[in-house]
Every structure is written in structure tokens, then in C-alpha cells.
Design a protein around this ligand. Structure first.
Ligand SMILES: [Zn+2]
Ligand SMILES: [Zn+2]
Length: 308
């Protein structure tokens, strides 16, 4: 069994919508979503050796060193549910971490297959994050722009005065975004140089961002029977036994599997102009039925692009 073949990284500034999209990507790829922040919390809670070591650094007010973080990430990727890969979120943050990840994956015969960068203009990020207000009495939340209270500074529900968390103040938010973008640029350059970086426009509706993410993870391909375009996920299945399980990818709707890579390719514009109904439904939010996805060799999916 080949391991860690499809490690996908998700990058995006605070406010870029990473959380919303992470769930979708891990669902459609059928791989676990591994968030480094959650891992660290899990290890500390369970009091593992790694967790205790990390805690000692944090108690001293120091940063958790890279070796510990990478050890936690690799321990997670070595668990059985990540055998076919994982979506990594929040790691790596720096170029040395990226190099360490690359070396560790290479030892296991794997690699970072794709880096998805959710790009959102800085003023939009600040607008999304700043301006949140909360009612200290009933905990109702408001947003200056997206969900303003009827009367400024007053809760609609209980008429108490609204207040703002220090973290949600505009100048604090602007600084967080700026620091993220500055610190992440070397990582973006690093992966761009390796040809695995996909910049996806995150300043769009959720369904259009989802479609763009799928296009980055594979592309847009033409169906065989109808004049429709499908979202395509490059997601190789390991060759086993007599080789019948080998395939290179499948459409999001699961109608077609790709065995020879000889598919007719299109663009997102073509997808939106004549989309497969089921692919469209999948990006619009109905959960993708993983059971419906073809499972070679007993596949109901047709070979794509071949004359079969
Ligand atoms: Zn209230
Ligand atoms: Zn489709």
C-alpha cells in the first residue's frame, strides 16, 4: 500500500474562509482534515509524551519548536485513516517547516501534491474580521456591515449595550492579517517554485470557491453521453494485485473514473456554462455521497475520455 500520496495543504489568511472550505475538501477527497492547532490541543489534553514536551515550552512562554510540531503532524499522518493522504491546515507555517515536511514525506514515499492558497484581498479580509460586536448579556453577535443591529450599539433582542472583543478591533485585525501575509509569502514562493501552488480566488461565493478548488485539484472534464462539463479530482488509486484498481482520478459526481488520463479538458467558464447537475449540486452544499463514488474494480463509473 502506498502511503501519504495525496497530502494537500490549505493556506489562507484569517478571514479567508479556510474553515468552511477545509471541510468540503476533506470530504470530497475522502481524507482527514488535519489542523495542527487541534493536534497540539489533543496531545496536551491526552498528556502524551509530545504533548507534555510541548506544554513545557509553553509554560516557559516559548514557542513549541518545529521538531515537536513536525513529530505530531507525522504521527497523525501515520495513522491508518491518513493512509491515502490528508488535508493539512495550519502547518507548515515557515519555510524550514516546509522543508522538514518534504523530507519526512519523502522517507515515506510521499509528497505534497497540491497547495491551495485561498487568496482574498487584504481590505476584504479586514472587513470580514473587523466590526464584530457582541451582546454581553444574551451573547447575540452582530457585524457592522453584514449584520448590523437596528440601533447602533444596542442589542436587538435584549436592548443591552454591545461591546467589541479587543481581537475584533480594526487595528488589531489589520495587524493580524498583515503579519500573516508577510510570514506566509516565503512559503508561497517555495511551493510556487515547485509548481504545486494553486492560487484560488477566495473572494467569491462559497460554491464558486468550491468549484475553483476542485479545478485546482484536478480540473474540468467533458462527459461522454451529454454535453456537460464535470469537476474532476485527480486522486490516484494505488495499483494492487492485477492492476485493475489503478485509476488517476474521478469526477466530483462520481459518474466517471479516469483510467488513462486521456480526458477532454475544459475551464471553469465552460463548467459554469454547461455544468453536470450532480457536480453542481455537490458544490452547492448537498453532501457528496461517498458511497456513490466509483470504487474500482467493481466500478459503475465509465472510463473517461477513452473509446470504451
Ligand atoms: Zn442581547
Ligand atoms: Zn459530474
Amino acid at each position: 500500500m502506498e502511503r501519504h500520496r495525496e497530502v494537500v495543504l490549505l493556506l489562507g489568511a484569517p478571514g479567508a474562509g479556510k474553515g468552511t472550505q477545509a471541510r468540503f475538501i476533506s470530504d470530497v477527497l475522502g481524507v482527514p482534515h488535519v489542523a495542527s492547532g487541534d493536534l497540539l490541543r489533543e496531545h496536551r489534553r491526552l498528556g502524551t509524551e509530545l504533548g507534555r514536551a510541548a506544554q513545557a515550552y509553553m509554560d516557559r512562554g516559548d514557542l513549541v519548536p518545529d521538531e515537536l510540531v513536525i513529530a505530531m503532524v507525522m504521527e497523525r499522518l501515520d495513522r491508518p485513516d491518513a493512509e491515502r493522504g490528508a488535508l493539512l491546515d495550519g502547518f507548515p507555517r515557515t519555510r524550514p517547516q516546509a522543508e522538514a515536511l518534504r523530507a519526512q514525506l519523502a522517507e515515506r514515499g510521499g509528497a505534497v501534491q497540491a497547495v491551495l492558497y485561498l487568496a482574498v484581498p487584504e481590505p476584504v479580509l479586514i472587513e470580514r474580521l473587523a466590526g464584530r460586536w457582541m451582546c454581553g448579556h444574551c451573547q447575540a453577535t452582530y457585524h457592522e456591515q453584514f449584520k448590523p443591529p437596528r440601533q447602533p450599539g444596542v442589542c436587538d433582542l435584549c436592548q443591552a449595550a454591545l461591546s467589541q472583543r479587543p481581537d475584533d478591533r480594526r487595528e488589531v485585525v489589520a495587524n493580524r492579517v498583515e503579519v500573516y501575509l508577510r510570514d506566509t509569502q516565503p512559503l508561497i514562493d517555495y511551493y510556487a517554485a515547485q509548481g504545486v501552488l494553486h492560487r484560488v480566488d477566495g473572494h467569491d461565493t462559497i460554491e464558486r470557491v468550491r468549484a475553483a478548488l476542485c479545478a485546482a485539484l484536478g480540473g474540468v472534464v467533458h462527459g461522454l453521453r451529454r454535453d456537460r462539463w464535470h469537476l474532476y479530482l485527480r486522486h490516484p488509486r494505488a495499483v494492487r494485485g492485477n492492476g485493475h484498481e489503478a485509476w488517476l482520478g474521478r469526477t466530483l459526481c462520481g459518474k466517471y473514473v479516469d483510467r488513462d488520463g486521456n480526458r477532454v479538458r475544459g475551464t471553469l467558464t465552460e463548467f459554469w456554462a454547461a455544468s453536470c447537475r450532480d457536480c453542481l449540486r455537490a458544490v452547492q452544499g448537498s453532501p457528496v455521497d461517498r458511497e456513490a463514488a466509483p470504487k474500482a474494480p467493481h466500478s459503475s463509473g465509465e472510463a473517461l475520455g477513452s473509446s470504451a
